[in-house]
Structures are given as structure tokens and as C-alpha cells.
Design a protein around this ligand. Structure first.
Ligand SMILES: [Zn+2]
Length: 255
């Protein structure tokens, strides 16, 4: 399940609240708050909700929000040098060395033919040198495509193994979750899964596929998950901290 485009975006400060973003949503029936990776606070409100109502709401949930922000800061991706010199796609057991090959034309990323066994694969940045924001966009798109290529057959194979059916796979860059499954049978997976251990990714795929049978987290749901992944508890916990393994340039949404 995913969020519809916002109707309005406004930003304002309140002395007793952390900086937050208010999003007016036509579908919202009540006020909800989420804390994104990195600690950004977003309040989703029904249309025509006044600032005062929002502030009171934030005040009421102050302790919960602070706890979440604290955790989000701890789990936040570490800032890393940019551009990166290599990409570790742990999910697929791949290391890509980023190499700049200046030339004409717009900047683009091209996977170079692989060298010998055990050597890192090379990802070439060709064309005119891009601005950092453009390079971040290119890298995010490349990781997204690589994640789609790697996750699609994996999910299909697991679905056969579990006897589960889904309609469609969509690869996205969700800010608050690793995956989801809609009532229509669309499984959405986070492109950032590419940076997680294969065991973790497999667990998440099992989890989302189990939702095609049980659209909840009932005991029956977890029994089905456990049948295919007995170690689900530990893996689920590890996945919560998985944001730390994601390069921060994957998460920036300001460019
Ligand atoms: Zn779930």
C-alpha cells in the first residue's frame, strides 16, 4: 500500500516541537505522524486542518516522537564521502568499483565487462562530469535498476517455493519501510535492500509473500513465515537497523 501524491506541502516551526513537515492528504481521516529515516518528522492531516490542531497533536505525542527520533538518528545512514569509490551490493554479493571516464555527452553510468573471477565489477561514469546532485540521481536510478533485476527472479522463485501468488513487483525507495504488500497483490520492495545481507533480503521476501495469504501480522501469518524462515525473529530485528548499511546518498530526497 502506498501513499498518494500530496496535495499541499507546508513547513513551519513550533517552539515546543521538532521541525516537521505537514502534508495535507485528501485520503487522511485523522492526524498521523511518522518519523522518517534520519529523524525527519512528517504529519499527515486531513484537508483544512489548522496549525493549532497540528501543534496540539504533536504536543500530545511528544514523547513517542522523541523516542522515535532518537532511534532514527541512531539508525540513520552514516554520511560517507561522495562520490563513493565503490558500491557494495551485499544482497547480490557484488562489489562495483566506480570509475570516471570523461568524455562527451550527458553523464551516464555504464557497467563495464567483468574482469576475472573474484575481481570487483566496474561501473563507469561516462560523459561530461555531472553535478553531485545529478550523480546522486544517476546512482540511485542505477541501484534501483540493479535491485529490480536481482530481486525480480528471487521473488518469483520464492513465491513458487512457498506456493504464494502475487500480481506485480514494484521497486521503490520508501523512506520508512523495506517492503509492503497491497490487497491487490502488488509487492513493493525498497531498492535499498540491495545493501543488505542476502539472508535479510530473503526474510523480507518471505514476509511480503506471506502477506499475500494473510493481510495482517496474525499468529497464522507468523507461522507461515516461520515455516519458510525459522530465524525470522533475529532477521526482522537486524532489518530494523538495516538503514545504517545504506549510503546516505540513497536517502537524500532534496535533489
Ligand atoms: Zn508485514
Amino acid at each position: 500500500m502506498f501513499d498518494r501524491p500530496e496535495t499541499q506541502l507546508s513547513l513551519f516551526d513550533a517552539h515546543d516541537a521538532p521541525p516537521f513537515i505537514v502534508r495535507h492528504s485528501r485520503r487522511a481521516r485523522r492526524l498521523t505522524v511518522r518519523v522518517h529515516v534520519g529523524g525527519r518528522v512528517e504529519v499527515v492531516v486531513p484537508p483544512r486542518t489548522g496549525q493549532r490542531t497540528v501543534r496540539e497533536f504533536l504536543h500530545r505525542h511528544h514523547d513517542w516522537i522523541e523516542t522515535r527520533r532518537e532511534r532514527a538518528r541512531r539508525e540513520c545512514p552514516e554520511p560517507r564521502p561522495f562520490p563513493p569509490d565503490r558500491l557494495e551490493l551485499a544482497a547480490f554479493g557484488e562489489t562495483w568499483q566506480l570509475r570516471t571516464v570523461p568524455g562527451a555527452g550527458r553523464a551516464r553510468l555504464v557497467a563495464a565487462p567483468a574482469g576475472g573471477a573474484g575481481t570487483a565489477q566496474v561501473l563507469e561514469l561516462r560523459g561530461l562530469p555531472p553535478r553531485p546532485a545529478d550523480l546522486r540521481r544517476l546512482l540511485r536510478a542505477w541501484v534501483g535498476a540493479r535491485a529490480a533485476a536481482g530481486l525480480m527472479p528471487w521473488l518469483a522463485a520464492l513465491a513458487r517455493e512457498m506456493g504464494c501468488e502475487y500480481r506485480r513487483l514494484s521497486i521503490r525507495r520508501q523512506r520508512t519501510r523495506w517492503g509492503s504488500c497491497s490487497t491487490r497483490g502488488t509487492i513493493s520492495l525498497n531498492a535499498c535492500l540491495a545493501f543488505q545481507r542476502p539472508e535479510i533480503v530473503r526474510y523480507l521476501l518471505v514476509h511480503e509473500l506471506a502477506h499475500t495469504r494473510h493481510m495482517n501480522h496474525s499468529a497464522r501469518f507468523w507461522r507461515l513465515v516461520a515455516t519458510h524462515e525459522p530465524d525470522w525473529r533475529n532477521l526482522d530485528r537486524e532489518l530494523l537497523g538495516g538503514w545504517r548499511r545504506v549510503p546516505d546518498w540513497m536517502m537524500n530526497d532534496d535533489d
